[in-house]
Design a protein around this ligand. Structure first.
Ligand code: FES
Ligand code: FES
Length: 156
């Protein structure tokens, strides 16, 4: 079956099997491997992307369900070679260790800040509870998101 999607600003039309998961479509068909697969059961958040402006877990969405959608992956966040403030904040505040959770964490965090531009530590922890990290203990992730929020609120 044919699906059409705008991914990171580019239009794609591809044939897919009805059972193809969106995360497999993005990684294996389109070749954007920044989106990770950690669990395949909607628990870890490693596969988080933006679909029509919402953060979603692409391991529990069929590619067919995204027909006609606008998708953004971690590869689409930077613009003109400049990291998105959230990416820069994770870099500056050591918000990662192995980095496996990081693309999904960043995609979820961007939407968190859009809905709550100045979150408390607790609100960040609550907002990212669908994204698991087995390395960092979360402290530097919270610090990173707070730092990004300050920049994003300033309109940078
Ligand atoms: S791979 Fe999708 S939530 Fe874990
Ligand atoms: S940095 Fe390793 S899982 Fe989060």
């Amino acid at each position: 079956m044919k699906v059409n999607m705008i991914i990171n600003g580019s239009a794609y039309q591809r044939d897919v099997e009805p059972r193809t998961l969106l995360v497999h479509f993005i990684r294996d068909v389109i070749g954007l491997t920044g989106t990770n697969i950690g669990c395949d059961t909607a628990q870890c958040g490693a596969c988080t992307i933006h679909m029509n402006g919402m953060a979603i877990k692409s391991c529990t969405t069929l590619a067919l369900q995204a027909d006609g959608a606008e998708i953004m992956t971690i590869e689409g966040l930077a613009s003109n070679g400049d990291l998105h403030p959230m990416q820069q904040a994770f870099w500056d505040n050591h918000g990662l260790q192995c980095g496996y959770c990081t693309p999904g964490m960043i995609m979820a965090a961007v939407k968190l800040i859009e809905s709550n531009p100045s979150p408390s530590d607790d609100e960040i922890r609550h907002g990212l509870e669908g994204n698991l990290c087995r390395c960092t203990g979360y402290q530097n992730i919270v610090r990173s998101v707070k730092a990004a929020a300050e920049v994003m609120e300033g309109g940078d």
